[in-house]
Design a protein around this ligand. Structure first.
Ligand code: PFF
Length: 449
C-alpha cells in the first residue's frame, strides 16, 4: 500500500502548528515568564526561537522529507549504523511525554466540565478543587478519555484524521484566544499586566543571563516540538515541491503569536483579580485561572472558553506525539494503522497511570523528558545533520526553493556552532538540575520513614 501523504500544503503547516501550540504555550509559558523575570524572559525567548529553534526545525524537516520514513527509518536511511538508535530514542521520548501530557489533558477536560457545572465555583477554594482533579480514580478516567480522543483522531489516518482535525482545531484556538485577549484588554488590571509582560528590564537580563539562557532554550525547544522526531515524521508525509523555509517561518510565527497571545489573555486576568502570577508548580495555571475568573465579569464563560482552547491545543499536540510511534509501527513492522494506534495508545495510557496517583511523577517525567531527553535528542540530530551530512542537508533544503548560495552555509554554521553550544549548555544544566531534584525527592522520602 502506498505511504500516506498530506492532502494539501496548508494541511502540513497546520498540523505542525497544531503540534507546536499546546500545553507548552499555555501551561508552561506564562509561568516560565513569571519565574524568569517577565519581559526579560520574553526577549531571550524570542531570540532563541529565531536563532536556535528555526534552524533546528529546518534540520528535522530535511531528514523527514528526504527519506519519507518514520524517525527510526529516516535516521537509518540518512545516516546508517548506530545512528538508527537515535530514532529509537525519539520513539521512547514520544511515549514518555505523551504519558504525562495526557494526564494534564485529562485535567483540562475536568476543568471544562467544572466551568459548565460550576464545580470550581462551588468548592471552598480553587486550590482545593485542583486537589480533587489532580489525582485519583476520576483523574485516571479523564486520562483515559483524553487518550481515546487522541487514538480516535490518529486511527483515522493522515488526511482523514490529523489533517482534518487540525484544520478545525488551529483556527479555533486562534479565534477563541483572540476574543479572550480583547476581553482581557477591557479589564482594570490590563495596563499593569502589559507593562510587566512587555517592557523588558535590560539590567535584569545582564544580571540573570545564566538562568535565562537555559530556561529560554528549553522552552523554545519544547514549544516548537523539536528534539523527538515530530517534525521529521510530519515532513516525511510531504511531497518534494514545497519550500521548507517558508513553511518553517509560518510555523514559528504562528506558534510564537499564540504564546504572546496567551500572555495577553492570562496576565490581565491574573492582575485584575489580584492573583500572583509567580505561583508555581504544575497546578499553577489551573488554580490561578479558576480563582481569577470567578471574580470577573462573565467569569464562568471566560473559564469555559479558556479551558476549551487549552484542551484543543493539547489534543492537536498529543496527536503529533503518538504519530511518531504509530508511523514507526506502520513503516517498520507493516502494522495496520488502527491496530498500531490502539496498541501505542494503550501502552502510553499505562505509562501515565502513576502520574494520576501522585503529581510528583509529573516533575519526574517532565524534567527528564523536556530538559534532558529532548535536548539530548536535539543535540545528536544537529551534530548528525550539520557536521556529518551537511552537503545532503543543504541539497534537500534547496529542493523546492532553488539555489540557496551562502544562505545554505549560514544555516549549517548556525546549527554547527551556536545551536549545538546552547543545547549542550542546557543539557548540562538539565542533568545537574535533575540530579538535585532526585536527591531532594529521595531525602524527602527518607525523612518520611
Ligand atoms: N509543542 C508542544 C507544546 O508546546 O505543548 C509539546 C510537544 C509536542 C513537545 C511534541 C514535544 C513534541 F515533540
Amino acid at each position: 500500500m502506498a505511504r500516506e501523504t498530506w492532502g494539501t500544503r496548508i494541511g502540513f503547516i497546520l498540523a505542525a502548528v497544531g503540534s507546536a501550540i499546546g500545553l507548552g504555550n499555555i501551561w508552561r509559558f506564562p509561568f516560565q515568564v513569571s519565574q524568569e523575570g517577565g519581559a526579560a524572559f520574553m526577549v531571550m525567548y524570542l531570540a532563541f526561537i529565531i536563532l536556535i529553534g528555526f534552524p533546528a526545525m529546518l534540520a528535522e524537516f530535511v531528514v523527514g522529507r528526504k527519506t519519507e520514513l518514520n524517525t527510526v527509518g529516516a535516521i537509518r536511511d540518512f545516516a546508517g549504523g548506530y545512528w538508527q538508535y537515535l530514532g529509537g530514542l525519539f520513539v521512547f521520548i514520544g511515549f514518555v511525554i505523551l504519558s504525562y501530557y495526557s494526564v494534564i489533558g485529562g485535567w483540562v477536560l475536568r476543568y471544562i466540565l467544572g466551568s459548565v457545572t460550576g464545580g470550581y465555583a462551588a468548592t471552598e477554594s480553587a486550590a482545593a478543587y485542583f486537589g480533587m482533579v489532580a489525582t485519583g480514580t476520576d483523574t485516571l478516567i479523564a486520562h483515559a478519555v483524553f487518550m481515546l480522543l487522541v487514538i480516535g483522531i490518529v486511527a483515522l489516518g493522515i488526511q482523514q484524521g490529523i489533517e482534518l482535525g487540525v484544520k478545525v482545531m488551529v483556527p479555533a484556538i486562534l479565534a477563541i484566544f483572540g476574543i479572550l485577549a480583547v476581553y482581557a484588554f477591557t479589564l482594570p488590571g490590563a495596563g499593569e499586566a502589559y507593562a510587566y509582560y512587555l517592557s523588558p528590564d535590560i539590567g535584569y537580563i545582564m544580571q540573570n543571563w545564566q538562568s535565562l539562557v537555559p530556561a529560554a532554550a528549553g522552552q523554545g525547544f519544547f514549544t516548537l516540538s523539536l528534539g523527538m522526531g515530530v517534525m521529521i515524521t510530519y515532513a516525511s508525509y510531504l511531497g518534494d515541491d514545497k519550500n521548507l523555509g517558508i513553511d518553517g517561518i509560518s510555523i514559528v510565527v504562528l506558534n510564537t503569536s499564540v504564546s504572546i497571545l496567551t500572555g495577553l489573555v492570562v496576565f490581565p486576568i491574573l492582575f485584575s483579580a489580584g492573583v500572583d502570577p509567580a505561583t508555581s508548580g504544575p497546578g499553577a495555571i489551573f488554580v490561578s485561572i479558576a480563582e481569577a475568573v470567578l471574580d470577573l465579569p462573565f467569569g464562568r464563560v471566560v473559564g469555559l472558553l479558556f479551558f476549551l482552547t487549552v484542551a484543543i491545543a493539547a489534543l492537536s499536540s498529543a496527536i503529533s506525539l503518538i504519530e511518531v510511534v504509530v508511523s514507526y509501527a506502520i513503516d517498520e513492522f507493516g502494522m495496520d494503522r488502527v491496530k498500531a494506534t490502539v496498541i501505542a495508545g494503550v501502552a502510553i495510557f499505562i505509562l501515565g497511570v502513576p502520574v494520576t496517583m501522585n503529581t510528583v511523577f509529573i516533575n519526574l517525567y517532565d524534567i527528564l523528558a523536556a530538559q534532558i531527553l529532548l535536548v539530548l535528542g536535539g543535540v545528536l540530530l544537529m551534530v548528525l545533520v550539520s557536521w556529518l551530512h551537511a552537503g545532503e542537508a543543504i541539497e534537500e533544503l534547496e529542493q523546492g526553493i532553488g539555489d540557496l548560495g551562502s544562505i545554505g552555509s549560514l544555516w549549517i554554521w548556525m546549527v554547527r556552532v551556536p545551536v549545538i553550544l546552547v543545547l549542550l549548555v542546557s543539557l548540562y544544566l538539565g542533568v545537574t538540575g535533575y540530579i538535585d531534584f532526585l536527591t531532594g525527592a529521595f531525602a524527602e522520602y527518607l525523612g518520611t520513614l
